[in-house]
Ligand binder design. Structure first.
Ligand code: PLP
Length: 230
């Protein structure tokens, strides 16, 4: 049982052992607000057995879990088997320290609030914009997908919004979804009320330019109500 939890770690509870996950892979570049280029993997006893029994398992490689087990774990975790990615490791250390300062529960709550506020704000904004995921309980806390209004192009709307403010955490869906899906990546440093409000205001502005009727004030009120500032 392999779990890619890159989009979950830091944004929602993640309990690989309790869930019987054999290989759980995380990265720091999403909800943890850390560097890309480092990742961690947890390996269950069952997975170690399967990997060890596989004659084709990678060896003599940074990507060889068996090498890491023998040279790092079984070696008492004293010397890294390869030249470490120093800057990424220092970045990771700073990011973990920040999470410990804020508290993991608070970090997760911030992501849940960002998702709820983005969803409520998008509905209040109107103009034909709709949550892509029908039920709020099925939506991820790390990012909110929105359906672009019929007759508009999601990628064009996002491009226009980013032309006005390149720092907005907006992206269009990939591949076949590029015309219909807008994603608000409210994670890490962007899991804030400010990022949510700016994203909704920018979407409101480009929808207005596209001739749609939106209510940016109503969106603002919905965000404040869903995610009160205290
Ligand atoms: C973001 C993400 C990744 C990593 O992709 P990057 O291109 O490195 O950001 C992997 N898996 C999932 C589920 C993700 O959301």
């Amino acid at each position: 049982f392999m779990l890619d939890a890159v989009a979950s770690v830091g944004a929602e509870p993640l309990l690989p052992d309790a869930w019987g996950v054999d290989l759980c892979v995380i990265g720091a570049q999403k909800a943890m607000g850390g560097p890309a280029g480092v990742s961690a993997v947890s390996v269950s006893a069952r997975a170690w057995e399967r990997i060890a029994a596989n004659p084709a398992a990678p060896r003599r490689s940074y990507l060889s879990l068996l090498d890491w087990k023998e040279r790092w774990i079984d070696g008492g975790r004293t010397a890294l088997p390869h030249a470490p990615a120093q800057l990424e490791m220092l970045g990771l250390e700073a990011c973990v320290a920040r999470i410990e300062d804020e508290g993991l529960e608070t970090v997760m709550a911030r992501h849940a609030s960002a998702a709820a506020a983005t969803r409520a704000g998008a509905v209040a904004l109107g103009g034909g914009l709709e949550p892509y995921v029908h039920e709020a309980r099925d939506a991820a806390p790390v990012a909110t997908t929105l359906r672009a209004p019929a007759g508009t192009d999601a990628a064009a709307l996002v491009a226009a919004a980013l032309a006005a403010d390149p720092a907005l955490p907006l992206v269009a869906g990939g591949g076949a979804l590029s015309k219909e899906m807008i994603r608000v990546n409210h994670y890490g440093a962007d899991a804030t009320r400010g990022a949510v409000l700016s994203s909704l205001a920018a979407l409101g502005a480009v929808l207005t330019d596209a001739g749609r009727q939106v209510d940016i004030e109503a969106a603002r009120r919905a965000v404040s109500k869903t995610w009160p500032s205290r």
